[in-house]
Write a protein that binds this ligand. Structure first.
Ligand code: AVW
Length: 254
């Protein structure tokens, strides 16, 4: 009997269809912040989102296709607490998880809903597909890359005051011109709305890079005149300590 029950449960579990992309979108939207997002807001948001790519060739979705989505979800938030990042995804999100200090794009509604997801449409179809979609570099105007470019641009436009950026000190080029941070975000920081850019360079014991790195000189040159630049090397171990130790107050990690 036990074997039969086990087989049945296993069969049911395996036989269950994966939730549709839409269901995942709505569930993540509702989970984001129940007090901020109304139930039907997530349904409406889905409608606006899918308009960007549904029925289109998955290599012909430009950034602008997401303009209505961005307009529907303004970043009216804490512009002063914004944290940008490049090649440091895991460590930055571990750090912002504490939630008392910095906000990354992935800590906002659109960023959190779509982080880690893949989607595309097809000409002549009204469906959303999650497989056989173009990869990041397969074509420039793919739905996923255009979304991140567009939402990153909006996030950077909203930044104000003292802006932070967590960069990777374990690689030779922490400020890479092809990254979203370099190609989209930095270009949109405008003085006097943005007063300073504070780079946190995450280092490890064997780190190859410090704040004198050549690519960071390029970053300084890119900044709008008037924006103050700072760079601080912080070990990954120290960041992890700050992420786990709740008695270290916001802003006291470096
Ligand atoms: P990243 P970014 N192939 O760590 O500065 C597949 O380079 O670009 O940081 N996926 C890619 C590729 C690629 N060649 N390049 C980027 N990605 C995706 C938004 C992938 O999901 C925030 F506000 C990777 O984990 C940050 O300040 C992610 O993009 C800034 O843009 C980050 O790539 C981070 O973009």
């Amino acid at each position: 009997l036990l074997v039969v029950i086990l087989a049945l449960v296993l069969g049911l579990t395996l036989g269950q269809k994966a939730p549709t992309f839409k269901a995942t979108f709505i569930a993540k939207c509702k989970a984001f912040n129940a007090s901020m997002v109304h139930e039907d807001d997530c349904e409406k948001l889905w409608g606006v989102f899918e308009q960007a790519y549904v029925g289109r060739d998955p290599c012909e979705v430009p950034m602008e296709a997401y303009d209505p989505l961005i307009a529907a979800v303004p970043f009216k938030l804490e512009c002063k607490r914004m944290m940008f990042w490049s090649k440091s995804k895991d460590v930055v999100h571990e750090f912002t998880k504490k939630g008392d200090c910095f906000l990354t794009l992935e800590n906002t509604l659109l960023g959190s809903v779509l982080d880690g997801l893949t989607w595309c449409g097809k000409k002549g179809s009204s469906e959303t597909f999650t497989t056989s979609c173009p990869g990041w570099d397969d074509c420039v105007n793919n739905p996923v890359r255009s979304f991140w470019n567009r939402v990153s641009a909006a996030f950077a436009d909203a930044a104000c005051g003292d802006v932070s950026a967590m960069l990777n000190g374990s690689i030779a080029t922490p400020f890479n011109p092809t990254s979203v941070f370099a190609s989209i975000e930095v270009k949109r920081f405008k003085y006097p709305r943005v007063k300073s850019l504070n780079v946190v360079l995450v280092t490890q014991a064997n780190s190859v890079t410090n704040c004198t790195n050549a690519s960071l000189k390029d970053l300084q040159k890119e900044l709008d005149q008037g924006i103050t630049y700072n760079c601080k090397e912080v070990s990954e171990a120290r960041l992890e300590e700050c992420s786990s130790n709740k008695t270290i107050p916001c802003g006291a990690c470096w």
